[in-house]
Design a protein around this ligand. Structure first.
Ligand code: ARG
Length: 457
């Protein structure tokens, strides 16, 4: 243990399994760039406060440039004692520029602030990428909604045929939910992008380091103002996963709808080959694997969120090694969410709509509300109109004919207030166009929604 970063007070080496158990380098190596950027900012700040000379700083910067090169070209050679990315980079720096100068880098610094800094920097950049992927998903939804504006389909409640709606209205119902997630994500990014650098192991920095200058250099939007909180806090990872879980919940419901709509029984849409797979046994099969994975991966994302919350719950304040267990779930969660958004965008932009199947699925009974509304316009109280319309539905059912083929005479036998103009009510397009108040399914109201969404992007 002599030659470990922390080896001074140790006389015995680590148990071999403990070495593996303890090391985080296999996964925290993804932070190499952030770790180097943080180290250079730290060295610069220590130079400005007189801890390092300009010459020493130049050496440190030169060393890190080479290390970055090695990571970039996949030639960085990890050593047995490289516990984590911070240890690996610092060890290598000493080899390149010599231990006399390399050994000064860590003055006043702790790996506790380093890991929090690295994770936040990495997460900030990933979340910005995710923000642009999510914008793309909403853009594709808008484009499809505008392009497919003519198509009508059954709208469902309880998965029972309810009222006719525009297919575009369905698309935008989800895009609107995605837009809420976009707003939430922007909030999360603001809080992730705060700097813990310069807070030490827990108590702060005693070498008069300029935390604001470091934060600025690293592109942070501000500082964390309590050093104990700065090293203890994993809200950035937790909030990201809570956000990601909320998003996956949304995309999972979206996927479930499309799984149903792409089934042979519904046949409203056909998935592109690029997002479906076949069966090894049944030659006719085309399965919506992309959508099923979107639904399935939601469970995985929730699990990671719950796992991290359990890890953090009840920890004594400031840094505990348990916190290292926040890294892997965060990495996996972020990748899952990022991939899922891009897959969803691909599915939506390439699927084929089959409007004839949507029309064929519309049933005259879905216009029963139109009959009640017709009577309302004749001065009948809605509650009574609802009742009369229900009797019309029953009549069609009992005589075994579609409701829209009942004669005026038959309708008048149900209620004398029906006139010849009732026939015009039994029209899907008309029913849809009447829902013209803000947020409804008329063409105007749907296009208005696209305008609202565009404003958000
Ligand atoms: N690899 C550690 C982590 O991911 C870095 C912090 C280590 N600090 C310590 N005191 N052991 O959390």
């Amino acid at each position: 243990a002599e030659n470990m970063l922390w080896g001074g007070r140790f006389t015995q080496g680590l148990d071999p399994l403990m070495v593996q158990y303890n090391t985080s380098l296999p996964y925290d190596r993804v932070f190499w760039k952030q770790d180097i950027a943080g180290s250079i900012a730290f060295a610069r700040a220590n130079t400005n406060s007189g801890i390092l000379t300009q010459q020493e700083f130049a050496e440190i910067e030169r060393g890190f440039k080479q290390i970055a090169q090695e990571w970039q070209t996949n030639t960085f050679v990890a050593k047995e004692n490289d516990e984590d990315i911070h240890t690996a980079n610092e060890r290598r720096l000493g080899e390149i520029i010599g231990k006399d100068i390399g050994g000064k880098l860590h003055t006043g610094r702790s790996r506790n602030e380093q890991i929090a800094t690295d994770m936040r920097l990495w997460l900030r950049d990933e979340l910005r990428l995710i923000e642009s992927h999510l914008s793309d998903l909403i853009k594709v939804s808008i484009a499809r909604a505008e392009n497919d504006i003519a198509y009508l389909m059954p709208g469902y409640t309880h998965l029972q045929k309810a009222q006719p709606v525009r297919w575009s209205h369905w698309i935008l119902s989800h895009a609107t939910a995605f837009a809420s997630e976009l707003e939430r994500l922007r909030e999360v990014i603001r809080r992730v992008n705060k700097s813990p650098l310069g807070t030490g192991a827990l108590a702060g920095n005693c070498f008069n380091i300029d935390r604001e200058a470091m934060a600025k250099e690293l592109g942070f939007d501000g500082l964390l103002y309590n050093s104990m909180n700065a090293v203890a806090d994993r809200d950035f990872a937790m909030e990201t996963m809570q956000w990601g879980s909320s998003f996956m919940l949304k995309i999972s419901r979206w996927a479930e709808d499309l799984i149903i709509y792409s089934s042979l029984e519904f046949g409203f849409v056909r998935l592109s080959d690029a997002y479906s797979t076949g069966s090894s046994l049944m030659p006719q099969k085309k399965n919506a694997d992309s959508l099923e994975l979107l639904r399935g991966k939601a469970g995985r994302a929730f699990g990671q969120m719950a796992g991290l919350m359990c890890t953090i719950k009840g920890l004594p304040t400031t840094y505990n090694k348990d916190l290292q267990e926040s890294v892997e779930p965060m990495l996996d969660h972020v990748k899952t969410v990022s991939d899922s958004i891009q897959i969803a965008t691909g599915v939506l932009s390439t699927l084929t709509v089959i409007p004839e199947k949507m029309i064929a699925a519309l049933a005259p009974e879905m216009l029963a509300t139109e009959i009640a509304d017709y009577l309302v316009r004749k001065g009948v109280p809605f509650r009574e109109g609802h009742h009369i319309s229900g009797r019309v539905v029953a009549l069609a059912e009992n005589t075994n004919v579609p409701m829209d083929t009942l004669s005026l005479k038959q309708l008048q036998e149900v209620d004398a207030r029906f006139d010849a103009d009732v026939q015009a009510c039994l029209d899907y397009e008309r029913a849809v166009e009447l829902k013209d108040a803000i947020g409804g399914t008329s063409k105007r109201a749907v296009l208005e929604q696209t305008a609202v969404l565009k404003n958000l992007l």
